[in-house]
Design a protein around this ligand. Structure first.
Ligand SMILES: Nc1ncnc2c1ncn2[C@@H]1O[C@H](COP(=O)(O)OP(=O)(O)OP(=O)(O)O)[C@@H](O)[C@H]1O
Length: 252
């Protein structure tokens, strides 16, 4: 069974505006590690929001593990950290536990702040502890998220996505505010969990994509998928409309 099956997906934000996504098709197997690339405004985040059920589907279909999205809650989502309201006076553990709400109620429910406050079960607490250990933030559990570095916050958001026990993990520019060494560490970890979790990651770092992704989906209103070996500087330049200066040495 496909992890993700998108057929003829078209989306426009207003009835009279041109489609942001047009006739998008994507079939993803469970063991894949797919990088989404494309220019700003190409529609990558919109595609994630449609998969998560945060935007209503207008035309086309999205199936997750054979079920129409968004009924399936087995998706972990790591948003861009700059969009996370880090001024909230809450601890790392509380942020990670929020992922349990998503696991139980879906992402739409999670987005309603009044749902954030509930009693967590023993199992919720145990799962949060486990993922905080795996992502190396257990020592930060009681710390306020207001006092974290960019890299620490990234790991908290990753832990929050993983505590849902996802079969599919969506990451929106997870390397945006971390250094090159931490980027590699994060992608090594993603590669490790990819044995059990299907991964879709929005990323502009061509070297990382080259080294870790199994396929590359170029999103610019339409979507074209390429095997990793087909990615060349010319293709990337064509997609972005300009050359990128961090191409892998051996992709020329
Ligand atoms: N809520 C919204 N209302 C109207 N238009 C929107 C909305 N959100 C996004 N758009 C528009 O939809 C298009 C696609 O945006 P989207 O954020 O999906 O692109 P992206 O590929 O993720 O871009 P980036 O790389 O800059 O994050 C853009 O033209 C954007 O201005």
């Amino acid at each position: 069974m496909l992890a993700l099956d998108i057929r003829n997906l078209t989306y426009r934000y207003t009835p009279k505006s041109p489609p942001v996504l047009h006739q998008v098709n994507l079939q993803v197997q469970q063991n894949e590690f797919i990088a989404l690339v494309g220019p700003n405004g190409g529609g990558k985040s919109t595609l994630f929001k449609l998969i998560l059920g945060l935007l209503p589907q207008q035309a086309g279909q999205i199936h997750l593990y054979g079920q129409p999205a968004p009924q399936n809650t087995q998706i972990g989502y790591m948003p861009q950290s700059m969009h996370f309201p880090r001024s909230l006076p809450i601890s790392v553990q509380e942020v990670v536990l929020m992922g349990r709400l998503q696991a139980l109620q879906g992402w739409r429910a999670w987005c309603s702040p009044k749902r954030w406050w509930r009693r967590y079960s023993e199992r919720d607490l145990m799962l949060a502890k486990e993922v905080m250990q795996q992502t190396d933030i257990a020592h930060l559990a009681e710390r306020s998220i207001q006092n974290l570095s960019g890299g620490q916050l990234q790991r908290v958001l990753l832990a929050r996505a993983l505590v849902t026990q996802p079969k599919l993990l969506l990451l929106d520019e997870p390397t945006a505010s971390i250094d090159a060494h931490m980027e590699r560490e994060l992608f090594d970890y993603l590669q490790q969990i990819n044995q059990e979790i299907c991964i879709l990651v929005i990323c502009h770092n061509v070297r990382l994509i080259h080294d870790y992704a199994t396929r590359v989906a170029c999103v610019n209103r339409t979507l074209h998928c390429h095997e990793n070996t087909q990615i060349t500087p010319e293709l990337i330049s064509h997609m972005y409309g300009q050359p990128l200066d961090y191409l892998p040495q051996n992709s020329a």
